[in-house]
Design a protein around this ligand. Structure first.
Ligand code: COA
Length: 286
């Protein structure tokens, strides 16, 4: 009989949380970046966090943090300790904590790699899935397919001079996506550009003066690709994606990741056709 002891966690536990996150990612798949101490620190030190220990080893952990009016919960269970009630015990603790600390808003559970068992557990506890996206990975050491740009199109990298064209291409391509936020140029750039942004791997396509497509990248990650409606199914997004991947490889990347919302089969088909493989499903439940 294994004894489990639950205890509150602090920032000093981050190395053990990161080690547990790596064991989970090795088993379940998922983005490597979600196992870094900086990523986990944002989730595990912004509110109450709890851990389950077996013989001194952290085998499950979870945390609740405020995100606007919502209490956002996240958790991990060691692959070697599943099927023993740790996940349901953790979810009930996190739900109680969120109910006690939250405002009148709802409780949201965020999962980086959801297993079928976890999905069933959330539904059984009255949660419903409100968001899901698939995480794909491509080996950049494998050859890229030839994907020429349509001859009438010219491309340019991201720079202060091309930001407006990028924004026009983004707005026109994404306006028909469900949940399009309608951001201003400043809001979109603020969301997109950080220390890891790669302006030299981000391209905007123009037909004459009109921006007709774009692709944006951060380190080892393709963030967005879009073609305006009048330019779809002519190989534009494929050509932009392949050009960006070639630039990432030239800059030293050996692999690249991206997310595709489960409601976007066109995008999934585009990237599967370029050799991307599914590695995980990220999801939110409320
Ligand atoms: C998804 C999107 C980028 C595709 O752009 P595009 O220039 O039309 O794509 P391409 O012509 O290069 O198509 C390449 C492949 O993608 C797949 N594809 C593209 N559109 C598709 C659709 N509507 N349905 C099914 N597959 C589709 C196909 O496999 C296609 O190859 P094929 O034409 O040889 O069959 C475009 O529809 C778009 O901008 N959508 C809104 C923004 C978005 O969802 N971006 C992706 C998430 S970041």
């Amino acid at each position: 009989m294994v004894t489990i002891e639950w205890a509150a966690l602090s920032a000093a536990d981050l190395p053990a949380i990161a080690a547990l996150a790596r064991r989970c990612a090795a088993h379940d798949g998922g983005l490597p970046a979600t196992t870094s101490e900086s990523f986990l620190g944002r989730r595990y030190t912004a509110g109450p966090a709890v851990g389950a220990f077996s013989e001194g080893r952290l085998v499950a952990c979870g945390a609740v943090r405020p995100v606007g009016a919502v209490s956002a919960a996240t958790g991990l269970v060691d692959p070697d300790h599943r099927g023993r009630g740790l996940g349901s015990g953790l979810l009930d603790r996190l739900t109680d904590t969120a109910d006690a600390t939250g405002t009148a808003g709802s409780v949201r559970v965020e999962v980086e790699s959801v297993t079928p068992q976890a999905h069933e557990l959330f539904l059984a506890r009255g949660y419903r899935q409100t968001f899901a996206e698939d995480v794909f990975r491509r080996d950049l050491t494998a050859p890229l397919p030839a994907a020429p740009l349509p001859p009438e199109v010219t491309v340019e990298e991201w720079s202060p001079d091309t930001e407006e064209d990028f924004y026009q291409a983004y707005s026109a391509s994404f306006a028909d996506r469900p949940g399009f936020p309608g951001w201003s140029r400043e809001e979109w750039i603020d969301w997109l550009v950080d220390d890891e942004f790669q302006p030299g791997c981000s391209l905007v396509a123009r037909d004459g003066e009109t921006a007709v497509g774009f692709v944006t990248c951060v380190e080892e990650f393709l963030v967005q690709v879009g073609a305006v409606p009048a330019w779809r199914r002519r190989g534009l997004a494929r050509a932009l994606a392949v050009a960006a991947l070639g630039r990432m490889r030239a800059a030293g990347a050996t692999q690249v990741f991206l997310d595709v919302n489960v409601n976007n089969p066109a995008s999934a088909a585009l990237f599967r056709g370029l050799g991307f493989e599914l590695i995980a499903r990220r999801a939110r439940y409320e």
